[in-house]
Design a protein around this ligand. Structure first.
Ligand code: F6R
Length: 241
């Protein structure tokens, strides 16, 4: 794993955007795996800036997101589809037909999971997968558990994740309790993984990730088995290393 430590959140965001841009500039029809949450927020602004300046072209790019809440429609302001449209897709020259998220309204989530995984495989897999990390080490919504699931599947969010995500909702009761998430097996198929982390809240999870041990109580530790992972983290996030 290649570790790049940046001074703060802003420099982490710029550095991460450069990594994504490098992939797209080398392969204009790249398949790019994306994430939601607070961490990639500024990085998306950087990508928008590059697109507006004419140095980054999304016209042939396909994007695949990691996860979506179950029960929220794409029009719901807290759905991940809404987040992606608002924070990236509506501001760049991407063809929205080439932007994919799991369907949180699917009647049969198992079927939806299989369809999603097959779709990613039929595109030839992702060239780069962006990831954030939960305080508890979750990756996408693969929460700490005795077992982890390889493919895209339905998952229950832990109390810690529900609490962390309540900041985006009017009340904690409104946070969905389940989500459909790409599994770690599918994530590990990405040709390259870019993990970004910022802030003291993530320091414990990053310590676990870098511990040299692999365990399902910190799902991020699985990433140690991938041979092309870049972790871009700010000084706070690596403060326990
Ligand atoms: C989001 C996702 C989550 C987040 C993680 C960190 O698509 O898959 O795993 O990356 O919860 O969230 P933030 O960035 O809000 O701290």
């Amino acid at each position: 794993m290649k570790l790049i430590v940046t001074k703060d959140y802003e420099t982490m965001s710029v550095r991460a955007a450069e990594e994504i841009a490098k992939i797209i500039n080398n392969k204009p029809d790249a398949v790019v795996g994306l994430a939601t949450g607070s961490t990639p927020f500024e990085m998306y602004k950087e990508l928008i800036k590059m697109n507006k300046q004419g140095t980054l072209d999304f016209s042939k790019v396909t994007t695949i997101n990691l996860d979506e809440y179950i029960g929220l429609s794409p029009q719901h302001p807290q759905s991940y589809r809404f987040f992606m449209d608002e924070n990236l897709f509506d501001h760049i020259n991407i063809d929205k037909k080439n932007t994919f998220l799991p369907n949180g309204l699917a009647k049969n989530v198992d079927e939806e999971g299989k369809t999603y995984d097959n779709m990613i495989d039929s595109l030839g897999g992702t060239d780069i997968q962006l990831l954030g990390i939960g305080k508890n080490g979750h990756i996408a919504f693969n929460e700490p558990d005795e077992k982890l699931i390889a493919g895209t599947h339905m998952t229950k969010l832990t109390e810690s994740t529900i609490k962390a995500n309540a900041r985006f909702f009017n009340s904690i009761e409104e946070v969905p309790k389940t989500a459909v998430t790409m599994g770690l097996g599918q994530i590990m198929k990405a040709k390259k993984i870019l993990l970004i982390a910022s802030g003291i809240d993530k320091a414990e999870a990053i310590k676990g990730l870098m511990s040299g041990k692999i365990n399902t109580s910190n799902p991020s530790t699985m990433l140690q088995m991938h041979n092309d992972v870049i972790l871009i983290a700010d000084e706070d996030a690596v403060s326990l290393l």
